[in-house]
Design a protein around this ligand. Structure first.
Ligand code: PEP
Ligand code: MN
Length: 338
């Protein structure tokens, strides 16, 4: 940690900072420049926080030098990590497209969707049984019945399932239903108790980016999961909130190379919740794959007009098939495959 003193800091104020650092069991290095004095605290940084120094008289600011996320950082693991969902690798040479409806509705709808997802060439299926809706009076998801419906439909086509966990109390049910990949949604990215719980289990987790989360906050949220022992984490960018109203959210494509630099874990993109319109999904998907995403989480409904949730952004089965075709060329161009 370094503590930068302000221009007018007195020797007595500098001494106080030095004493505090020593008292906390750290070594001290004082660097006297022409304008500023910078005090370095030498030792285990994790024991120090800026709040310990920032309020002290004469201190301009203090900051950590080493990144606060450790397990998820590329500093700790140089190679790309591959997260396996059953036998399907996410984060390797192969790009994985996870498709399916926003919500589980009926057995017929899910059976048809599973058949269409498999026919399009996707190896994993998505579908929400517990839905985080803005309006409490709208459809909230089929709940536990939805999980059973989903499992039944996906098993017919041997598709691993991806579904959102909103409440810790449902974790045992998710494990009983053998949910293959647990999604932590945008609204729960910083639900730290939920993150700690999924950190204790042996199941892959998709961690969606919070609506207005910085990349650092997102990485720290992933570190919560990793710190519990579960390192099977996949980041999912799904668009962030900005001043723009022409689309639902802004897909932050820039986060792909940044995350790839900062973490060894896989990164996927949800173009559906980013654009919020089905017609935007192909363009956003292609941009994401070209920028280095390891996969996509895409909404597809057998009949989008009848979807109970997010009807406007769901691809139809034909559009999903066409998207898969167009992504093949992009994947090949960057030395990957679908
Ligand atoms: C979803 O994937 O169904 C969903 C609700 O996404 P988000 O958490 O990104 O809004
Ligand atoms: Mn949705």
């Amino acid at each position: 940690m370094i503590i930068v003193m302000n221009k007018t800091a007195t020797e007595q104020q500098i001494d106080s900072v030095v004493e505090k650092i020593k008292h906390l069991g750290h070594g001290v290095n004082i660097s006297r420049g022409t304008n500023r004095i910078v005090i370095g605290a030498i030792g285990d940084e994790s024991k120090l926080t800026p709040e310990m120094f920032d309020p002290m008289p004469g201190v301009e600011y203090s900051m950590h030098i080493v990144k606060q996320y450790k397990i998820v950082s590329r500093e700790s693991h140089a190679e790309n990590s591959i997260v396996h969902v059953r036998n399907i690798p996410i984060g390797g040479e192969k790009i994985q497209i996870i498709a399916g409806p926003c919500s589980v509705e009926t057995q017929e709808q899910m059976d048809l969707a599973a058949q269409q997802v498999a026919a399009a060439g996707c190896r994993l299926m998505r579908g929400g049984a517990f839905k985080p809706r803005t309006n409490p009076y709208t459809f909230q998801g089929k709940g536990v019945d939805g999980l059973t419906i989903f499992r039944t439909a996906a098993d017919k086509y041997d598709l691993p399932i991806v579904t959102e966990l909103m409440d810790i109390r449902m974790l045992d049910t998710f494990l009983e239903q053998d949910v293959d990949l647990i999604q932590i949604g945008t609204r729960n990215m910083q639900n730290f108790d939920l993150l700690k719980e999924v950190g204790r289990i042996n199941k892959p987790v998709i961690l969606k980016r919070g609506l207005s989360a910085t990349i650092n906050e997102w990485l720290m949220a992933a570190e919560y999961i990793a710190a519990g022992g579960n390192h099977q984490i996949i980041f999912c960018e799904r668009g962030i909130r900005t001043f723009e109203t022409a689309y639902r959210n802004v897909l932050d494509v820039t986060c792909i190379p940044v995350l790839k630099r900062e973490t060894h874990l896989p990164v996927i993109i949800d173009p559906s919740h980013a654009g919020g319109k089905a017609w935007m999904v192909p363009a956003l998907s292609r941009a994401a794959i070209a920028a280095g995403a390891d996969g996509l989480l895409v909404e597809m409904h057998p009949n989008p007009c009848d979807a109970w949730c997010d009807a406007d952004q769901a691809l139809n089965p034909q559009e999903l098939t066409e998207l898969m075709q167009s992504l093949k060329g992009i994947a090949n161009a960057i030395g990957r495959s679908l």
